[in-house]
Design a protein around this ligand. Structure first.
Ligand SMILES: NC(=O)c1ccc[n+]([C@@H]2O[C@H](COP(=O)([O-])OP(=O)(O)OC[C@H]3O[C@@H](n4cnc5c(N)ncnc54)[C@H](OP(=O)(O)O)[C@@H]3O)[C@@H](O)[C@H]2O)c1
Length: 310
């Protein structure tokens, strides 16, 4: 098959499109013919992109962790999914990824593709939407009537977080660049703060929850806007150290996990028109290097997706 391969750790300059052996199925796996693969801006910086769960190198590796595709074959005894099913999924960070014509993937993570989406749109959902869902609901326990601040709202995670928080009945305050204000409002944000010209920490107070997709100084300033009992959930930067100076607030850092049932719920919200993906750019897989380069450019709205095959 053809795939994107990384022969060494690095940035987009390491990305090559070439012939590689077909994936080998492990017990419990499905072989999926990949139609489209989502990308995340900095995934080439993630350690598991190059290692297995024990930390051993698995170069050359294939990047990509979210797909839309069609089930081609199943390991013996696998059920719950059938050959020919159209599926979407978040796949393991420690195995060869979705930027390939075929992938061997744990069948248990495959969910039915939302009916109203095409393959490119569906491939943009799993990693980002599951991260948003788990941040808001599993870690942040967001409830109707609460106030939530969502950083990076025009980005992959943020755009789903805004929509999911609004669906839940929260008051949604978002940070984004001024060029993305209209988009973020259309996704359901009640207030949008331009992070380049305004100081969110001076404008927001008594938040029940902050979702930090940025890290660094943004996270540091975010503690101040929480009310007593509030929680900061972060998915970016370093794991959280609780600041002693701010008693009465909590912080959580987590890594998203592949939850099929959550992906099914998200798919239902998509098919009901409550949540929608936003695609920044579609790039043919042969030009994947360009996709990763584009990811680092500021001002993109939504996800960059690789079109793999029809
Ligand atoms: N822990 C996990 O499980 C997990 C899962 C998914 C993603 N992540 C991480 O989460 C981060 C975000 O991912 P993503 O896919 O959403 O990235 P993305 O699509 O690149 O979005 C980032 C967004 O943040 C905006 N931004 C940049 N600086 C900002 C600031 N200081 N304040 C507010 N907004 C700012 C950018 O806007 P402009 O371009 O207009 O500046 C962009 O819209 C990445 O570091 C990713 O690795 C972690």
């Amino acid at each position: 098959m053809k795939a994107i391969l990384l022969h060494a750790a690095g940035g987009p300059e390491q990305v090559v499109f070439e012939e590689t052996p077909d994936p080998v199925l492990l017990p419990g796996d499905a072989l999926v013919r990949v139609l489209a693969s989502g990308t995340t801006r900095n995934e080439l910086d993630w350690e598991p992109t190059y290692t297995d769960q024990k930390g051993n190198s698995r170069l050359p590796s294939i990047p990509g962790h979210e797909l839309c595709g069609v089930v081609e074959k199943l390991s013996p005894g696998v059920n719950g999914v059938a050959v020919g099913d159209e599926v979407y999924a978040l796949t393991s960070f420690f195995r060869n990824g979705t930027a390939a014509e075929y992938i061997a993937v744990e069948a248990g993570v495959l969910a039915p593709k939302p009916k109203t989406l095409d393959a490119v749109e569906a491939a943009s959902v799993p990693l980002s939407a599951l991260t948003a869902w788990q941040a808001l609901f599993d870690h942040g326990n967001l409830a109707a009537g609460q106030k939530v601040l969502i950083h990076g709202a025009a980005g992959g995670v943020g755009l789903f977080a805004v929509q999911l928080a609004r669906w839940k009945g929260a008051h949604v305050i978002a940070t984004a660049s001024s060029s993305s204000t209209t988009l973020v409002k259309s996704l359901g944000a009640h207030e949008v703060i331009d992070y380049k010209t305004q100081r969110f920490e001076a404008l927001v107070k008594d938040a029940d929850l902050v979702l930090d997709t940025i890290g660094g100084g943004t996270r540091q300033q975010s503690w101040k806007v929480l009310k007593r009992g509030g929680i900061l959930v972060s998915v970016a930067g370093e794991p959280i150290e609780q600041p002693d100076a701010l008693p009465g607030v909590k912080g959580v850092f987590f890594i998203v996990t592949a939850q099929r049932l959550q992906l099914i719920e998200i798919g239902k919200l998509i098919d009901q028109g409550i949540v929608k993906p936003v695609i920044a750019t579609v790039v043919p897989i042969e030009q994947a290097r360009q996709a990763f380069e584009l990811g680092y450019q500021p001002g993109k709205q939504g996800k960059i997706v690789l079109h793999v095959q029809d």
